[in-house]
Design a protein around this ligand. Structure first.
Ligand code: UTP
Length: 241
């Protein structure tokens, strides 16, 4: 099975704790040791936000801010590469071909951001589509997809399962409201819908949750299931897909 995992910067390195990055490296090694090809996309988290705020105060334009954000995602990706101790590409892939080539070489393929105007949510969806991944896992700071922002609305209800088209419908209004935080960004949702990518959105605070989700489909987040898509055969003992 080929799986792409998007790890938010705020769950990988909220406070640059080396134990946490090491725990994520171990998680990835467990998935790879089970026979999966693993692609990883790392986000920028709080470090990105701090750099962006400072640069905004200095008068940087949006593209310049995005470039700073991309730089921080690659810094975080380098932390994970260091923890993976030779099992990953030497430096974060800067494009999808480069990321796919690392997978072909049998490496864990790690990348950060790619181009201004999006976030690593969209990078992960494009990477998953480009390598025809069987599964895309978003390890975020929210436990799945809700019908409203759970941090702002106590009545927000979690989706256990939804279609990619429903994901687009849920994310669309959130992307219009300044300050509302969507579980994945709109471009990512559209790419998942267009390509029909089987996805899971879960709370990545515990890295072990990603192992259970990737290898067995066990999690407490949200499944995004394309119409007429079966579960990965890997989960049902059908062998490597
Ligand atoms: P993130 O993917 O971490 O953004 O990229 P985010 O969704 O704001 O972070 P989380 O999920 O809350 O942790 C950080 C920033 O890097 C730029 C954007 O400015 C983004 O906000 N970026 C990232 C790009 O411009 N292009 C990319 O491909 C990736």
């Amino acid at each position: 099975m080929r799986v792409v995992v998007s790890i938010g910067g705020s769950v990988l390195a909220p406070d640059l704790d080396p134990d946490r990055v090491a725990a994520y490296a171990e998680t990835i090694e467990r998935i790879a040791a089970d026979g999966c090809e693993v692609g990883i996309v790392v986000g920028g988290g709080g470090v990105a936000r701090e750099y962006i705020e400072t640069a905004r105060d200095l008068g940087a334009n949006e593209v310049e801010l995005d470039q700073l954000g991309i730089g921080t995602t690659r810094l975080n990706a380098r932390l994970l590469i260091a923890a993976l101790d030779g099992r990953a590409n030497l430096s974060p892939a800067t494009g999808y071909d480069e990321a796919a080539a690392a997978l072909r070489r049998g490496e864990v393929s790690v990348m950060g951001g790619v181009t201004p105007g999006q976030t690593t949510d969209a990078v992960a969806a494009a990477f998953a589509e480009s390598v025809d991944a069987d599964l895309l896992v978003y390890a975020t700071s929210a436990n799945g997809v809700y019908d409203a922002d759970p941090n702002a609305d106590p009545d927000a209800t979690q989706f256990g399962s939804m279609s990619p088209a429903e994901l687009v419908d849920v994310v669309l209004p959130m992307s219009r409201d300044a300050g509302a935080s969507a579980p994945v960004d709109l471009l990512a949702a559209k790419l998942i819908d267009r390509a029909g990518i089987r996805s899971i959105v879960l709370d990545g605070t515990d890295p072990g949750a990603v192992v259970d989700a990737a290898l067995r489909g066990d999690h407490t987040g949200t499944d995004v299931v394309p119409t007429a898509s079966d579960e990965p055969t890997y989960w049902t003992g059908g062998g490597d897909a």
